[in-house]
Design a protein around this ligand. Structure first.
Ligand SMILES: [Zn+2]
Length: 206
């Protein structure tokens, strides 16, 4: 019996490569199971910058499914409302200080975070710097246009382009006029295309 035991091969040593296979973090992320294991691993690596970027990306991914209550074709991430994640706090900046949608947005974000298991994450409103239409992502601008709302041109919040004519989301013409300063919501003005006669909302620049 003793002889037999001695014939057994020694217990296999776990090599250093078994736990940190290259690409395993990415694979975890792809399966959507990233947060806990990946976060703790990154924390163990003392790599707080990566940790923060990773967790921020995860939160942004979750919130990219939260539609804006007034313009459901775009998410709160597309609009640039979701600013950043610091520690366990998510910072958001409302699009428009008087916007009645602000409370609804915070509630929707809370619900999405809770559903994703991030019940510990706090939400704080950041009013400075104020939200600007320049924060709407390119993807968000395309979604607005497809939805029939003229997005503000990029950089419009920085003076000179402010009074430029809106571009018709239907035919692309710049031959348009503003009919009313207020469209379907206070954040938008009502415009009309003088070429194709299409009335449309325009996101006000601010
Ligand atoms: Zn038109």
């Amino acid at each position: 019996m003793i002889v037999h035991k001695n014939n057994l091969s020694p217990p296999r040593r776990r090599g250093p490569g078994t736990r940190n296979r290259p690409g395993s973090a990415l694979a975890l992320e792809r399966t959507g199971e990233r947060s806990q294991e990946l976060d703790s691993r990154l924390r163990g690596n003392d790599n707080l910058v990566v940790d923060r970027e990773e967790s921020q990306r995860g939160v942004f991914e979750i919130l990219s499914c939260v539609p804006d209550p007034e313009i459901p074709c775009v998410s709160v991430v597309d609009l640039g409302i979701v600013r950043e994640v610091r520690e366990n706090t998510l910072f958001i900046t409302p699009t428009y200080s008087g916007c009645p949608a602000t409370i609804a947005i915070a509630q929707d974000i809370r619900k999405a975070l809770d559903e994703a298991g991030l019940t510990h994450m706090k939400i704080e409103t950041m009013l400075s710097p104020p939200w600007t239409t320049d924060w709407i992502s390119d993807e968000g601008r395309e979604k607005l246009r497809a939805y029939g709302i003229a997005p503000p041109p990029k950089g419009a919040a920085r003076h000179s382009l402010r009074e430029e004519a809106a571009q018709c989301p239907r035919c692309g013409s710049l031959h348009t006029e503003e009919i009313s300063r207020f469209g379907s919501t206070p954040c938008k003005s009502l415009n009309r295309c003088l070429d194709c006669s299409e009335p449309f909302d325009r996101f006000k620049c601010h």
